[in-house]
Structure formats: C-alpha cells, structure tokens
Design a protein around this ligand. Sequence first.
Ligand SMILES: *[C@@H]1O[C@H](CO)[C@@H](O)[C@H](O)[C@H]1NC(C)=O
Ligand SMILES: *[C@@H]1O[C@H](CO)[C@@H](O)[C@H](O)[C@H]1NC(C)=O
Ligand SMILES: *[C@@H]1O[C@H](CO)[C@@H](O)[C@H](O)[C@H]1NC(C)=O
Ligand SMILES: *[C@@H]1O[C@H](CO)[C@@H](O)[C@H](O)[C@H]1NC(C)=O
Ligand SMILES: *[C@@H]1O[C@H](CO)[C@@H](O)[C@H](O)[C@H]1NC(C)=O
Ligand SMILES: *[C@@H]1O[C@H](CO)[C@@H](O)[C@H](O)[C@H]1NC(C)=O
Length: 478
Amino acid sequence: MRFYTVLPLLALTRAAVIPLRARQDASQTKFVVAHHIVGNTFPYTLQDWTDDITLASANGIDGFALNVGPDDFQVTQTANAFQAAQNFGSSFKMFFSLDMSVLPCATPDDGASLRQRVLNFTSHPNQLQFNGKAFVSTFAGESCTFGQSSVAEGWATQFATNPDLAGKIHFVPSFFIDPATFNQFAGTIDGAFGFNSGWPIQVTTGFAGNITSNLTSTGEAGTNALNQFIGATDTDTQQIQSLATFGTNLTYMAAVAPHFFTHFSPQSFNKNFVFLADQHLYARRWQNVIGLRDQIDLVEIVTWNDYGESHYVGPIKGALPTGSEVWTDGFPHQALLGLTNYFATQFKTGQAPALTEDQIYMWARPHPALATATNDPVGPPTTFNILQDEAWAVVLATSNGTATISTDATNTATFDVSPGVNLLAVPIVPGGTLNAQLTRGGSTVVNLAVPGSNFTFNGAPETFNYNILVATASSSSS
Ligand SMILES: *[C@@H]1O[C@H](CO)[C@@H](O)[C@H](O)[C@H]1NC(C)=O
Ligand SMILES: *[C@@H]1O[C@H](CO)[C@@H](O)[C@H](O)[C@H]1NC(C)=O
Ligand SMILES: *[C@@H]1O[C@H](CO)[C@@H](O)[C@H](O)[C@H]1NC(C)=O
Ligand SMILES: *[C@@H]1O[C@H](CO)[C@@H](O)[C@H](O)[C@H]1NC(C)=O
Ligand SMILES: *[C@@H]1O[C@H](CO)[C@@H](O)[C@H](O)[C@H]1NC(C)=O
Ligand SMILES: *[C@@H]1O[C@H](CO)[C@@H](O)[C@H](O)[C@H]1NC(C)=O
C-alpha cells in the first residue's frame, strides 16, 4: 500500500526569467491519462479492467498510469490491465507509474527487477509510446540510489541508461525535489511529471493565516485571499523552465485533481490532512492547464481510484485501503467524468467541445469545516480550518439560461448563465442538501436533486469526513 508525506513548499523563485518555449504546435497529439492505483485492484477480474477502460475512454481519458507497488498480485493485475486494453482496441494506452515510495530501490538487484517489470511491456501494443519509446513514469524516487554513489547515478546506471532499457524508454518521473535541481538527471530523464501540481499544497493554515487576518470557514475576505492559489500553474511553469535549461523538447506532464482528504490513524498509514480544493479546484485547474497547453504534453488526472486520499474520479470499486471506506462509501465522484470529458477534449484539441446538452455538476463536503466529531479519536485533519462551507456547482450551458442552486430554503441563489462553463456557489449549513435547476424560456431544462437520504450536511458528525459527494444531471437525464 502506498503512502507519502506532504513535502515542504518549494520556493516559487522567478529569478531566472527564461521565456517559455512553445514545445508543440497545435496539431501535436496530446494525451490525458488517469493515475490508477493497482494496489486497490486485488479482487479485479479482466472484466473490471475492461469496465474501467470503457468508462474512462468514453470520457476523454486515453490511458491509465499504472501505479504499482511490490505485491505479487500487482504483477498479475498489471498483466490484466494490458490485456484488457489490448482487447478493447489500440486507442487505450497503459504505462507504468512506478511507486517508489513502496518499491525497493536500495540495491542493483532492485534496479534489475524494476527494469524487468518495465521491459515486459515496452513493446506491448497498448504501451503508451512517446517518440517511439515506452513512456515510463514514477511516483517519487528522489531517494533511490540502487546501491550507487548518488540518486542520479542510480537512476542512470541501474535504470534509464542501463543497456537493458537504454533507447527503449521515455522516462518522465515525478521526483519530489526542487525543480532547480532537475539538471542532475540530464541524460536520464526525458521530462517531469508534477504530481503535486494538482493542488495548492502550500496553502496550509499557517500560510493562510499569514495572508489574511480574517479567515473563517465562511468568510468571503479569507476566501478571496486564497482564491489566487486555486488551480495556479506556478509549479508547472517552474518545472517547465527548469527542464528547458538542460534539454530540448523535454516532456512535461501536469496533474489535475478533484480533491484531497486522507484520515488514517497513527496505527495505520498515519496521515491525516486535506489540501485546499474549494472554489471549483477541479474546473479551474483544468482551465489553467488548458491555458498553458502549448507547454504541457500530457495531463495525468490524479486519480482514477485513490480512495485513501479521496481524489478518485472513477467508480468506487476494488479493494479500498482498510479504513478509507468510512469516508469513501456513499461519496461518489464519478459524476466528475462528464466534466472531465469536456475539459480533456478542450486540452487535447484546443477547442472547447460543442455542448449537445446542458449539464450541472454539484458537490459539497458532508459537515461544517469547524464541526466537532462526536467519536473520532484521529482528530481533524491538518488544514481543516481554512475550508469553506459552500456547495460548488459547475453549469455547462448550451446557451443563456438561469441557474438556481440551493442547499436549503434560505441558502438559494439564482444566476444568469452563459454558453460554456459557469462556476457557481452557495453556502451550506446543517440540514442542507444539493439542488440545482437550469431554466430557459420559463421551462426547467435540467433538474438536479440529491435526496436527503444520499446526502445531508451534518452539524454533528460522528467522524471527520472532508471528502465530497458529487452529483450531476443533464437535459437528457432530467
Ligand atoms: C510479464 O507479462 C506476462 C504477461 O504478458 C505476465 O504473465 C508476467 O507475470 C509478467 N511478468 C512480470 C515480471 O511483470
Ligand atoms: C508566516 O510568516 C512568518 C513571518 O514572516 C514566517 O516565518 C512563516 O514561515 C510563515 N508561515 C507560512 C506557513 O508561510
Ligand atoms: C471577517 O469577514 C466577515 C465575512 O466577510 C465579516 O462579516 C467580518 O466583519 C470580518 N471581520 C473582521 C474582523 O474583519
Ligand atoms: C518533440 O516531441 C514530440 C513528442 O512530444 C515529437 O513528436 C517531436 O518529434 C519532437 N521534436 C523533436 C524536434 O524532437
Ligand atoms: C446572452 O446573454 C448575454 C448577457 O446578458 C447577452 O449579451 C447576449 O445577447 C445573450 N445571448 C442571446 C443569444 O440571447
Ligand atoms: C442516491 O443514492 C443511490 C444509491 O447509492 C444512487 O443509486 C442514486 O443515483 C443517488 N441519487 C443521486 C441523485 O445521486
């Protein structure tokens, strides 16, 4: 099972103003993939993989980054994933995201087994190829030496430029290091993946307190002060600029994530924190990444199925990490796939797709940020107190209309919406549920109503849950 700690904020230095290159012309193929935690697939059948691939492919996702750890079952499930992709057709790709927070990497033998794992699929028809080489990524790996004198030496001699793999892979790891030091891997890496770029991870309670003296869970002043960090691309730009100092045409893969909440006790994975995901993070991150699309080769959605950290966009299935059922069950995110399809298409083509139906997406956390849980020995997650008690809505409108979003009779707001993406919000208080309508010319064209039995904002939760429930409705479903 995978776990990791929050990394310290990398200073956003902008001293060296290197002009950003346009690395690709508009016709260059871009990819959108999703991070798939193979460690959560223990009970998967081939059909489960086929179902995931079919669902992902129907929603603008071109492949899965297979996050693999050391368990034997993950070798079997990796083979199943590639096989299901092959059965599905040539359009869906797979590649390894080697999870170096759990895979051993201290000795040359560890390097040999990693190479073997990758080599087994480099020429598989569904392996994602980049410039004629098998695309390979990682989660972490910035401490791996494989028994060599340095991390850089380890990754070079025992992996990327080892005769077994040299010339066969396009290596785009996610090393959690200061991008200014990427050049130690010149000749070894073919690009970088900014795993943490999906969230404004630097916005901790202390950080927020430094930039606003009026931060309450519903305070607009505090919200506005934090707003600029939501979905920002500073860390992407920093990595892209660093890559340009030692290579030409190196690949940058950006992350887009819907949420983050993890709540494991010291006796299990010992991690208990949230990242700020208010203010329509998922939509705004996509919009900003699309704005920088000339510089970004791939987007990796983080994730398809990481229930332990609440950033899944796929269905809730497989084997959930023990303990995560408490905050995952009853909190589907799959509705986000429709929104994913819209933005992924725009990222890949440069054009927002024509909307053939009106769509509403709406989500919220299940209890006030400052609630006291009645029976939760783990305590509130770090950063809980900068979150806002709002329900967030995205309306994809085919043309002008009027949207009303509501969490109760008092907290109801009406907005004029225009064609395309509309980001709306309304406060939510205990007893609140999720409702939204889009009307046009006096008739209701979309009606979203989440039953209170599915979701009711709870003033006195038993355990802390900062996950979200996501609902959707469209003009064809209403
Ligand atoms: C190599 O791939 C085959 C199927 O293609 C699979 O059965 C086998 O377990 C894989 N071995 C490793 C080490 O990945
Ligand atoms: C808040 O500001 C103080 C004083 O400038 C600084 O020492 C501290 O590192 C800041 N904290 C965060 C989390 O940014
Ligand atoms: C803090 O913000 C809230 C909401 O905007 C406002 O009502 C309140 O007066 C502010 N308090 C201070 C001390 O500025
Ligand atoms: C740059 O990389 C792209 C793939 O990202 C490839 O299609 C193109 O041929 C490369 N250009 C050069 C000059 O290597
Ligand atoms: C849509 O609304 C905008 C803003 O009110 C208005 O300028 C525009 O003319 C409207 N478009 C149509 C087709 O009614
Ligand atoms: C309410 O929950 C049920 C059972 O999980 C589900 O089938 C249904 O789609 C949910 N309704 C809404 C509007 O989300």
